[in-house]
Design a binder for this molecule. Structure first.
Ligand code: PBG
Length: 338
């Protein structure tokens, strides 16, 4: 007979968890959530022009850039070993149909070509949506059919399919549809395959919530809805969490290669559930503009330590299950981690 407690179940004083926190080297040894630049994706805003850097007031450190200025960013992203960049286009002229989004000479195709000349080491992801291109700021074709102003889902699919092919032809490495239309992934997959781009992956904004944390982005992309809101297609924060699993499941069935949860920090529960239900599916989280702006504002007042908070939030997002993080801190974080 042996009086020792079963292995692993010993209590104090045999077990002292503080032993694993004894010094930085031990803490590093047992750390299991690692952050690497290759997991971070940098969002960039592009608009037509030359030598243009138009700072975004609510997102210090970020600016709308002309394509020539984008090249510097891509080179830096390559040097820092970032996992990729995601491009958002702001056309000179927005119209009801969002026609710049469908043009081979539109702002995003221009930007992709510049980016590809700057480096081939940084995957170029393009956000696929209409809100940045339309004068009404909605993510698709407006419709009054139901008596309430909304977006016509199926009419929008056809346009998203065309937009995806425009991006792929210009050289986009990954297409990331963000409009939360039903059937969008299937429509885009079919169009890409038909046009000879069966190798181009889709990163779907699968569980995207109707969040107030997108406020600064809408300033950056000049894309605030001019009527109504996006609650008719983006998810309700109060919806059952399982609804996010249904969104992910459908997108995977339609051919999504990677899926995203957005925003990140207020939705870590959703991230964790998606991670557990769909192991093996690359999972991204978007730490959105409002998450960044809050910390920036508090740091400016000396209320929070920006670097420490940014790294802690990124670690939390990783720990919840995201292996890819879209973050406005991508470049800073890569430097801090070096
Ligand atoms: C839509 C899109 C939005 C964001 C990314 N893609 C805005 C929205 O849905 O209103 C927000 C990202 C952020 O807040 O950083 N094209």
């Amino acid at each position: 007979m042996c009086d020792l407690p079963p292995a692993g179940h010993a209590g104090f004083p045999t077990t002292r968890l503080r032993r694993l926190r004894y010094n930085p080297a031990i803490r590093r040894l047992v750390a299991s959530t690692r952050l690497a630049p290759a997991q971070l994706i940098l969002p960039l805003f592009v608009r037509p022009g030359e030598n243009l850097v138009r700072p975004i007031a609510s997102m210090p450190g970020h600016a709308q850039l002309s394509p020539d200025r984008l090249a510097d960013e891509i080179s830096q992203a390559a040097e820092l070993g970032l996992g990729g960049v995601i491009l958002f286009g702001i056309p000179d002229k927005k119209d009801r149909a969002g026609s710049d989004a469908l043009s081979a000479s539109g702002i995003i195709p221009q930007a992709i070509r510049v980016a590809k000349r700057a480096s081939h080491d940084v995957p170029i992801i393009t956000d696929l949506c209409f809100c940045e291109y339309t004068d009404h700021g909605q993510c698709g074709v407006p419709s009054d059919a139901t008596g309430r102003t909304d977006v016509d889902n199926d009419a929008t699919l056809e346009l998203l399919a065309q937009q995806a092919v425009v991006h792929a032809r210009a050289g986009a490495d990954v297409i990331a549809p963000s409009g939360m239309m039903d059937g969008m992934v299937g429509a885009i997959r079919a169009a890409l395959d038909h046009a000879g781009f069966s190798h181009v992956p889709i990163l779907s904004y699968a569980a995207k919530y109707a969040s107030n944390f997108y406020g600064p982005f809408r300033e950056a992309a000049e894309s605030a809805p001019q009527f109504g809101n996006r609650r008719g297609y983006q998810m309700d924060p109060a919806a059952a969490a399982e609804q996010a699993l249904r969104e992910v499941e459908l997108d995977l069935a339609e051919g999504a290669d990677m899926v995203m949860v957005k925003p990140a920090l207020p939705y870590l529960d959703i991230l964790r559930r998606v991670r557990e239900r769909f192991p093996g599916v690359p999972l991204a989280a978007y730490q959105v503009s409002g998450e960044y702006a809050m910390v920036k504002a508090a740091a400016e007042r000396g209320w929070l330590d920006e670097q420490a908070i940014a790294l802690e939030t990124l670690t939390a997002i990783r720990r919840a299950g995201a292996e890819i993080i879209l973050t406005y801190w991508a470049k800073d974080a890569a430097r801090w981690l070096a």
